[in-house]
Design a protein around this ligand. Structure first.
Ligand SMILES: [Zn+2]
Length: 115
């Protein structure tokens, strides 16, 4: 796996082990041959350099909700902040997706529209 400056990565303390920490960004890289004997990277939140094999590309934000929206209980609909359209839902679920921009939002829970 190759990384470059600015990549979002997860850190694995053990090569091939579970993710130890997430939310890092690659600050610099140095490829072998170097003093470390392997490709290394400097990442935010960690001091010193990390072997690149202990990094994995951070999961894309496609499944992760990007924003929270209020779902209006009457007929279940929410206002997409991006498209500025009202999206009607069949049911109220934990995450809701806008069919126009395909963005996924976290459902702030069905709330009744202000009286
Ligand atoms: Zn949208």
């Amino acid at each position: 796996m190759e990384f470059k400056k600015g990549d979002k990565v997860d850190y694995h303390e053990m090569f091939d082990g579970p993710i130890t920490s997430t939310g890092h960004t690659v600050k610099a890289v140095e490829h072998a041959p170097n003093n470390y004997g392997c490709d290394v990277a400097w990442i935010t939140g960690k001091s010193g350099c990390i072997a690149m094999r202990c990094l994995s590309k951070a999961k894309e934000g496609k499944v992760k909700p990007s924003e929270i929206v209020d779902v209006i209980a009457s007929g279940y609909e929410f206002h997409c902040p991006r498209c500025q359209i009202l999206v009607k839902l069949i049911e109220s679920t934990d995450t809701v997706q806008c069919p126009t921009c395909t963005r996924i939002y976290s459902n702030n829970g069905p709330e009744h529209a202000l009286a």
